[in-house]
Design a binder for this molecule. Structure first.
Ligand SMILES: [Zn+2]
Length: 133
């Protein structure tokens, strides 16, 4: 077991609560995320999902915490639900990559001993395309 992966998983996992927000089809904190920044600081966040489509992913909330501290560069990130590790959705992949171009090399934790670079989840990224001429 990679201790650095486990440390991030352990930071996120206690935040998973499956709170109901007023209606049974609204939930919060069913997914939690933890980011280790390039300075080694750990930031966490949880999702909020409303039935009308409003809300945000846990990765967004963790990134907002990092931004509040004046940091933008992610060393590694994980998102966890009650019983599993999740890969970032397409929107989060793009969001994290655009916060800081160096985040292309951020490690996305897929398990205790597995991780991939964010750029590997964004093949043929539109910002990296070669211009015509
Ligand atoms: Zn997402």
């Amino acid at each position: 077991m990679n201790p650095r992966h486990q440390e991030l998983i352990n930071a996120a996992k206690p935040l998973v609560r499956n709170l109901i927000l007023g209606r049974s089809d609204h939930d919060a904190a069913s997914v939690a995320s933890a980011i280790r920044s390039s300075t080694g600081a750990i930031y966490t966040g949880v999702c909020i999902h409303l039935s009308c489509g409003l809300g945000f992913c846990a990765e967004h909330a963790a990134a907002a915490e990092m931004i509040k501290a004046g940091e933008t560069q992610i060393e590694s990130i994980v998102a966890v639900a009650e019983d599993r590790i999740l890969t970032p959705c397409g929107r989060c992949r793009e969001f994290l990559a655009q916060i800081d171009p160096r985040n292309a090399n951020a490690m996305v934790i897929l398990g205790d001993d597995r991780a991939v670079r964010l750029v590997d989840l964004l093949p043929h990224h539109w910002l990296q395309l070669t211009p015509l001429i």
